[in-house]
Design a protein around this ligand. Structure first.
Ligand SMILES: Nc1ncnc2c1ncn2[C@@H]1O[C@H](COP(=O)(O)OP(=O)(O)O)[C@@H](O)[C@H]1O
Ligand SMILES: [Mg+2]
Length: 260
């Protein structure tokens, strides 16, 4: 199952991605955690030591590799480069979790076309899965850089939202984009909920079916924003995300059924 996580900057995408990755891993799944959010890295949030992260630069920075595979030069390049070996060669092996540092997609206006993005999309497409494998894609704020083919390969898109008007509006924009790209399932996850009033606000903003679950505001996680090194909060993150994880598992059953 491929799960893509998106939403406005700072809403908690990486926190959710890290929590889900850990919980799936604990449940015996092989997890491919793909970091494509240019902000605080998924690796750091997963508690991976800096030395290990530094040894494997993000794919987007591997210019020679991208050039070699896409044949980029003179404005022409291959749209679906061969990348079958990339995962094995460049993923950081954390045992049950393999972390692929992709780096953020390039912002290229309204077009998703450039060699770098073609390369990253090909990598996402190359992750084809067995029954006990799951891919968690931590995307940045938008999904406009995905091709339709890549978007169609996503089984479940989670749009993280805070209980604010701005975040809800962004969520609706992303939801529309995802629908246009024919993403199979699109669900909203509320985060940083401090009161029943805030939860009500989200349930008034989206239909009940659409909301997969809500994550409460957590003081320890919030204070993490002040820390130089935010490692060591993996357990708190897992606890916060557990309910949403259970919902994802039940969605998983439905996805497997519909896909056969
Ligand atoms: N449920 C929560 N309660 C309090 N703080 C949270 C919660 N979820 C995330 N945060 C904090 O919000 C900040 C942004 O989270 P992050 O996951 O990096 O967002 P994004 O990846 O969407 O930019 C981090 O400092 C994180 O610790
Ligand atoms: Mg992030």
């Amino acid at each position: 199952m491929k799960i893509a996580i998106t939403g406005k900057g700072g809403v908690g995408k990486t926190t959710l991605a890290a929590g889900l990755a850990k919980l799936f891993a604990q449940d015996g799944y092989q997890v491919y955690a793909v970091d494509a959010d240019p902000d605080i890295s998924l690796g750091t949030t997963l508690g991976v030591p800096e030395k290990l992260l530094a040894a494997q630069p993000p794919l987007i920075e591997m210019r020679d590799l991208i050039k070699e595979r896409t044949g980029a030069g003179g404005g022409l390049y291959i749209l679906n480069p061969q990348v079958d070996d990339v995962l094995d060669k460049y993923a950081i092996d954390l045992g049950q979790i393999k972390l692929l540092r992709m780096g953020g997609y390039k912002q290229v206006g309204s077009s998703c076309y450039c060699p770098e993005n073609a390369f990253l999309n090909a990598v996402v497409n190359s992750l084809l899965l067995g029954k006990h494998e799951v891919v968690i894609l931590d995307f940045g704020a938008g999904i406009e850089h995905l091709t339709r083919g890549t978007a169609r390969g996503v089984d479940l898109m989670l749009i993280v939202t805070e209980p604010t008007r701005v975040s809800v509006d962004t969520t609706r924009v992303i939801r529309q984009m995802a629908r246009d790209m024919e993403v199979a399932r699109i669900k909203v996850v509320g985060n940083k909920i401090r009161s029943p009033k805030e939860k009500d606000f989200l349930y008034r903003s989206f239909s009940k079916d659409e909301i997969l679950g809500c994550i409460d505001f957590d003081e320890t996680l919030w204070e993490k924003a002040m820390l130089e090194d935010p490692r060591g909060l993996e357990e708190v993150i897992q606890k916060s995300v557990k309910q949403v994880f259970d919902q994802v598992i039940s969605e998983r059953g439905e996805v497997t059924e519909t896909k056969g």
